[in-house]
Design a protein around this ligand. Sequence first.
Ligand code: NAD
Length: 324
Amino acid sequence: MASPPATRVELRELGNTGLRISSVGFGASPLGNVFGPVSEDEAIATVREAFRMGINFFDTSPYYGGTLSEKMLGKALKAVGKPRNEYFVSTKCGRYIEGFDFSAERVTRSIDESLERLQLEYVDILQCHDIEFGSLDQIVNETIPALLKLKESGKIRFIGITGLPLEIFTYVLDRVPLGSVDVILSYCHYGINDTALEDILPYLKGKGVGIISASPLAMGLLTERGPPDWHPASAELKSACQEAAVFCKRKGKNISKLALQYSLSNKTISSVLVGMNSVRQVEENAAAALELETGGIDQETLSEVEAILKPVKNQTWPSGIRQT
Ligand code: NAD
């Protein structure tokens, strides 16, 4: 007898952490009004719907909306009232609206501030946020050791690093003791227009780290609405993505659904973090994941979109400071 269709998004192992997190992760940066205003009621309803669809992984940062994302997520988690062991929260340290500071003193203070805003006693993952803007040697020699102490204190369970250029991950992981960094979060490098992350997946797997890939919609590039004003992509990349979105729409297809399904197809990636700020987006994204599990991806439209995006394939933008 055929098994009944799945109604909740699948769970995947996160590296060696033992956590089983949802393949679709809830990116909470939009709850900091990063992509337009979101009310408290909307935030709560969005998080409630995420739980209903089996999403158990929530990612935020003190940087998103200048601490607003953490506060909104904290309020929403409290309002929904799920037992704490049924979901996983990741926040970050080192990047703030005031600037970057990866010193041991700042990141140690940062977790207390984050826990207060999130109304939690611990977070599952604390990640050094966009480390290419700091000294990578400081991350290795000062920040990670400080986070290891936070792990001992029970305020955090696992340690991660995030950023855009992929070399930052190999630089740090080559220099820290094996097992001290549990997770990496890469963004905008595993989507239809950019698959550069693929090259280092075997290396990351070899190191036993959990792999999280964020921004499957390339921070709004692969949406019908298009990217926000602050988006750092070149005009050429923006216009190619817009052309792909219009092409899909004319064909009666949705570019965001295709883009999310594409990122979810690679199961070496434990969770694909997509930013969500409405019940409708949660429904659409969860439905896209469920449909992928049962019916696979629309290969014809994918090939057509890949052809449109070929001239800009793997085109990215500069991020961070020159490392000496
Ligand atoms: P994204 O690619 O997920 O795009 C988000 C945008 O797409 C928002 O405008 C959202 O409202 C919209 N959207 C979501 N679902 C949609 C749908 N079904 N149809 C149409 N539009 C839809 O980009 P993101 O939000 O930047 O990334 C996801 C999350 O990953 C962030 O919220 C954050 O938690 C994390 N992230 C982390 C880093 C880092 O650590 N350096 C960087 C980028 C993202």
